[in-house]
Ligand binder design. Sequence first.
Ligand SMILES: [Zn+2]
Length: 132
Amino acid sequence: MSDIVDPRYEAFVEHLFQRTCLVLDMRGFMLKPLRRRLRGTGKYRTLMYGYTRIGVREITIDFYTPKTMKPRKTDAILRVICHELTHHQSPPRVCWYKGRFMRMDHHPRFWRKYKKNVECISKDDILGQYFS
Ligand SMILES: [Zn+2]
């Protein structure tokens, strides 16, 4: 099964992404859709919504649900965009965790920043209407 591409939906996600970047004042970022070869089988069954690498202004997100290929709900998409952008604002840190030092991507400060970002976009005129 190949990835079904809905150009209108993908253009809509791109629009949401651009608006989120503007609201959070993150310039020059690019959005890439995650293309899965096979849906719902083998190693592609992971529940990964998106990923990004620090130092590269590129964010890859899965526009669709992993198994059924349905477009994700708008607020879910916005949260993933927000999550990935937060990684660039609040990079991984070395934290004291369970008795030793660990490099953590999702440390407490990250989640605080993420919460603030979500608040920010839910107050936006355009993006706010997609949060219920
Ligand atoms: Zn993350």
